[in-house]
Write a protein of this length. Structure first.
Lengths: 375, 285
């Protein structure tokens, strides 16, 4: 396997090791050549620290980082052969947009005509052709961000690091550029790591997503697997919009049926064979579980199912988000048509066992997705 | 443009005129005095009509101070040269030491960095005389008293903290990511300092250098105590105009004009640069 980037047990402390802020905890991951990987997480989860350690702006407190199978975490940034687009753009103020982008190629010692052609190509892709001769101080934040992206992408580096590459762009342009940038990276076989807190961006751009929280790599997998088989409660609730509904439940195996008691008298019961034997044994043994279900998988029913009371019904133009009171908590469901319910209406919902994600209430680790036990 | 009434324009113009006259009149009067003899200066009532004479300048430049009683030897041109030499070397040394130090203080937080920076600043608010007395004794013992080297060294008490603290602020205003962007493109730490940090902090370094130059030029007490006649700057040298036979106002005025000219020229020249540099908005990325 051709590994472009490899992190082994990387730790980052700000301040003294062992006492300071533990920003990145024992993170290990391998990125294949030609892959686009998104580091996804909320603010302060350690994703940017990880990126800056790869670039060489932060020291690695413990562990090692290799690029193209060579350990680089002790080398200065100049010797790592990485390109980076900064969140704060960091353009050189005395240079024009054109010069800023071309500047990245200076050390490559190319013919001026080659440089000019590359700059024009990148500028056309990023829709900044018309501002090439302006100075950073006279262009908008979105334009500066695209310039900064261009400066990173134009380079022929072993690894491209993109820190929140599209945060400042307007939605339409963002959607357009996502496609173009992905195509650009794939066409040239570049390897890119992007940091983002926007899961739409992570899903659209990347081959694999590394979900981080609290300095820990929670899950590193394709967007589909992260959505369908979240490894723990954090990933389950963090990824997905609107977020997954979660409820505490206790499990009883009685009269040949599996009962999930949600408290306040609410209970769902399923036939024995709704769960595979191993899942059933596992959850009945535990007694208490956390049940999660995606809003898209909750369906309203006419007669069977359990009671819920509508709190809000919002029509978003292409789908309805209904929030309902359920088992003393809030259950969100999504419907693709305009739903004819009002706040206060009583509805019945059905939670199909195939769509349930079951987590351990103490560790948060996933126990089962649908009928499948997590090995 | 917002609309301004005629009355407002008139009021504004007269206010400006009053301010300009208030600040410029002493300078104007000194220039007038420098072309007059002591007799025309001291007549009552004073008048702006006189026969201009270059005798004051002649006397200063040739070193012959003609008083009513006798002709005195003075060495004002030597003093002027000393001022230039001391101020320029002090600022040069302070820039060479202070700018890298300011960069280090701005970019790297190391153990005790704040304490060191503050100690350097504290030189500015210690009364000079407090330092001078022990310093004189030490300098006499180690043979630094009355040397240019020793004076430039002591002048660092004036220049270094100024440059360090002003330039540090400018470095701190530059986003570190701009430097990172340059370093990641394959450049060393030192190339980044030279090619990115220094030019971006350029206006600040110029301002600090100019300020330090003016402070060094105007210094009186250090040179008075530590230097003998042949190494004294104009500030101390001007004392020679107070002679036994009276105060030579005309020559003092000429001396002032000559000693103010270099700083004024430098300030006017550098100001153009400062305004240019700052109005480019160079620092904000």
């Amino acid at each position: 396997m051709d590994t472009a980037l490899s992190l082994k047990n990387v730790d980052k402390f700000y301040g003294p090791i062992g006492h300071g802020v533990h920003a990145v905890r024992n993170v290990s991951m391998d990125v294949k050549k030609g892959e686009i990987v998104a580091l996804l997480g909320s603010s302060g989860c350690g994703k940017t620290s990880t990126l800056r350690m790869i670039a060489g702006f932060e020291e690695v407190s413990a562990g090692s980082i290799s690029i193209a199978e060579q350990e680089i975490h002790r080398r200065p940034p100049a010797k790592r052969n990485v390109a980076m687009a900064f969140e704060g753009y960091s353009l050189y103020p005395p240079l024009t947009v054109r010069e800023n982008i071309a500047f990245a190629l200076k050390s490559a010692k190319l013919e001026p005509s080659v440089v000019a052609a590359k700059v024009t190509e990148i500028a056309r892709m990023l829709e900044i052709e018309d501002i090439l001769d302006r100075y950073p101080s006279s262009i908008s934040g979105g334009q500066q961000q695209r310039t900064s992206l261009g400066r990173a992408l134009i380079r022929d580096a072993a690894l491209h690091l993109l820190d929140e590459p599209m945060g400042q762009l307007e939605p339409q342009l963002r959607a357009l550029l996502r496609g173009r940038i992905k195509h650009f990276i794939k066409e040239r076989g570049l390897t890119a790591i992007l940091v983002t807190h926007d899961q739409t961006e992570a899903n659209a751009l990347s081959d694999r997503i590394a979900v981080m929280e609290d300095g820990i790599l929670q899950q590193f997998d394709t967007p589909e697997i992260i959505k369908d088989r979240p490894e723990n409660l954090f990933t389950g609730t963090f990824v997905g919009e609107p977020p997954m509904n979660v409820f505490n439940a206790s499990v009883r195996d009685q009269d040949g049926r599996v009962h999930l008691d949600f408290g306040s008298g609410l209970s769902l019961d399923y036939p024995h064979d709704a769960f595979s034997g191993s899942v059933r044994d596992s959850i009945v043994d535990r007694g208490n579980i956390v049940v999660g279900i995606r809003p898209y998988a909750v369906h309203r029913t006419k007669d069977q199912g359990v009671d819920a009371k509508v709190i809000v019904n919002q029509w978003l133009g292409d789908q309805s988000h209904i929030a309902a009171e359920f088992a003393g908590a809030t259950l969100v469901l999504v419907e693709h048509d305009r739903a004819d319910v009002r706040p206060g209406d009583a509805i019945k919902v059905d939670l199909n066992p195939e769509n349930l994600h079951i987590f351990d209430p103490d560790s948060g680790d996933a126990i089962a997705h649908g009928a499948e036990l997590v090995s | 443009m917002e609309h301004t009434s005629t009355l407002e324009k008139v009021l504004r113009a007269s206010a400006l005129t009053a301010v300009v006259i208030f600040f410029m009149f002493p300078i104007f009067w000194i220039i007038l005095m420098s072309f007059q003899t002591n007799e025309t200066i001291l007549r009552v009532p004073p008048s702006m009509i006189f026969e201009p004479t270059l005798s004051n300048y002649r006397g200063i430049i040739t070193g012959q101070l003609e008083t009513n009683a006798a002709t005195l030897e003075i060495n004002f041109m030597r003093n002027l040269w000393n001022s230039v030499f001391l101020s320029v070397s002090s600022v040069a040394v302070a820039l060479a030491l202070g700018v890298p130090a300011a960069y280090a203080f701005a970019r790297h937080k190391f153990r005790g960095s704040e304490d060191i920076a503050f100690t350097l600043l504290s030189f500015r608010f210690a009364p000079p005389l407090l330092v001078l007395l022990p310093l004189t004794l030490y300098f006499q013992q180690i043979g630094l008293a009355d040397t240019y080297f020793g004076l430039v060294w002591v002048y660092q008490l004036i220049c270094l903290p100024l440059i360090l603290w002003i330039v540090r602020g400018y470095f701190e205003d530059i986003s570190p990511d701009i430097e990172y962007a340059y370093r990641i493109a394959g450049h060393s730490w030192f190339a980044t300092f030279r090619k990115i940090a220094l030019p971006l902090a350029g206006p600040g370094i110029a301002a600090a250098g100019l300020l330090a130059f003016i402070f060094a030029w105007n210094n009186f007490i250090f040179a008075l105590v530590l230097a003998s006649a042949d190494k004294q700057p104009v500030t101390v040298g001007a004392l020679a105009f107070i002679t036994a036979s009276g105060i030579q106002y005309g020559q003092i005025a000429a001396g002032i004009v000559l000693s103010v000219a270099p700083t004024l020229a430098l300030a006017l020249y550098a100001q153009r640069y400062l305004v240019e540099g700052l109005s480019l908005g160079a620092v904000k990325g």
